[in-house]
Design a protein. Structure first.
Length: 438
């Protein structure tokens, strides 16, 4: 493990201990829900994604009034006030530690910068709460290991925010693969690409810097900078880091953990839910020159023990990445882009074409030299939130559960390390440990 990773792990463990100190003496309670009880929810982090969470929970509530938003938490008072105007009955907090001490909160949504995901998720589970955590599940694979083991130990429901895993798309593709239609899967590929001339993670309401906001401001402009930093290195207030945290390694893994996570996770459902054997990452800052640390163009490559390879290529300055493809020994599945990209690549079907040595066999069996599967498009975000609440009640595993989250984190985090350290990384699944080889 690199010195950077070791320091990050020390900071994480220290903060987890401190952040959980107030909870250590408390019982790991869990309010027993009756059939007619509402699930009490608190939302932690109300920036871009957290505001989406709020709208989704309100949509769920409008469709099925079985949840109640009782807590809202953010270190930036303006965001907190904005959210509170939509849920006037909810209590507001600047510090998530106070939210987690409430015994009446059944579930929390976490949409903070990545470096806070693991400490908050762990403290939430220890205090008896189920967790919906945005992707990446954690900042590092070591943190994911701790969170996954704790969730199993405490029998908590953990849903990771990869919304596509609640669509019909991937179970359907899984069934096609299992049927033997395409033979053995040997390679998969995909992309999550954009073209943002002004700099991705710079544009938009929640990424725009408010010059009046900061730790010395008052009222709605106040930001609790120390609370925001938490386990990250302690530095003076930096507005770009606060408003545009995905551009910096201390709080994000950039394209790999923010975007590739959405593309890697579905292959864990469609093909096999494995830890990677080895991972490489490459790319660079080819077009952006705004002081960011993370690359604007990035490739994740991984091999898996189920004997297939994966490549995910993405860019923030070109929206045409590789099409989503699953390549088998007998046939190939072509799908629409998982997220964003050109409008011409957003559709709700998959086309399956035989490999030439098996074309006659394919036509004989399926009646054509092409098979189209309908109903495998983008179904939005709400189904993933609905699935989480269903599992909070049923205690079943959600669609992007902690085990999938852990294994996807291994690929995405190791691709970042590979890029930053110039090494290929290997994962020992038996020991659950990152290793390198010459």
């Amino acid at each position: 493990m690199s010195a950077t990773s070791q320091a990050s792990r020390r900071n994480f463990l220290r903060t987890s201990a401190v952040g959980g100190a107030a909870l250590a003496a408390a019982p790991a309670w869990r309010r027993m829900l009756g059939a007619n009880d509402r699930i009490n929810v608190a939302l932690i982090g109300l920036g871009a994604r957290g505001s989406d969470h709020l709208e989704l929970v309100l949509q769920h509530q409008a469709n099925k009034p079985d949840v109640e938003i009782v807590g809202l938490c953010d270190v930036y008072q303006k965001r907190l006030s904005r959210a509170a105007s939509k849920v006037p009955g909810a209590k507001t907090y600047v510090h998530h530690q106070e939210v987690l001490q409430r015994s009446d909160v059944d579930a929390v949504f976490i949409a903070t910068p990545d470096h806070w995901h693991a400490p908050i998720a762990l403290a939430a589970m220890e205090s008896g709460k189920d967790v919906y955590v945005e992707k990446p599940m954690t900042h590092t694979v070591e943190e994911s290991k701790i969170v996954a083991h704790k969730a199993r130990e405490l029998k908590r429901v953990v849903q990771v925010g990869v919304q596509g895993l609640s669509w019909h798309r991937w179970p359907k593709i899984h069934d096609i693969i299992q049927s033997g239609m395409i033979g053995q899967v040997v390679a998969v590929q995909g992309t999550y690409s954009r073209n943002a001339p002004g700099g991705d993670w710079n544009e938009g309401d929640f990424w725009t810097i408010d010059p009046a906001a900061g730790p010395n401001a008052t009222g709605d402009n106040r930001i609790d900078w120390q609370q925001w930093l938490g386990p990250a290195p302690q530095i003076p207030f930096d507005a770009d880091r606060f408003f545009r945290f995905r551009k910096y390694w201390n709080y994000s893994g950039g394209i790999s953990t923010d975007l590739h996570y959405h593309i890697v996770a579905p292959f864990h459902v469609a093909v096999a839910n494995d830890f990677p054997i080895r991972v490489a990452g490459m790319g660079g800052l080819w077009a952006y020159h705004d002081g960011r640390e993370v690359p604007d163009t990035f490739l994740t490559a991984a091999d898996y023990p189920s004997k297939y390879s994966m490549t995910i290529q993405s860019s923030q300055v070109n929206e045409n990445g590789p099409t989503t493809t699953i390549r088998g020994t007998k046939a190939t599945i072509h799908l629409s882009d998982e997220w964003e990209g050109p409008p011409s690549r957003q559709y709700d079907y998959a086309d399956i074409f035989p490999e030439s040595p098996y074309a006659a066999e394919f036509v004989k069996k399926y009646g054509n030299d092409q098979v189209r599967i309908d109903g495998v498009g983008n179904e939005g975000d709400l189904k993933h939130v609905d699935n989480f609440f269903d599992c909070v009640r049923s205690r079943q595993q959600p669609n992007c559960n902690v085990d999938i989250g852990y294994k996807v984190s291994a690929t995405c985090d190791l691709s970042v390390r590979s890029f930053r350290n110039g090494k290929v990384y290997y994962f020992d699944a038996e020991r659950e440990q990152v290793v390198t080889k010459a």
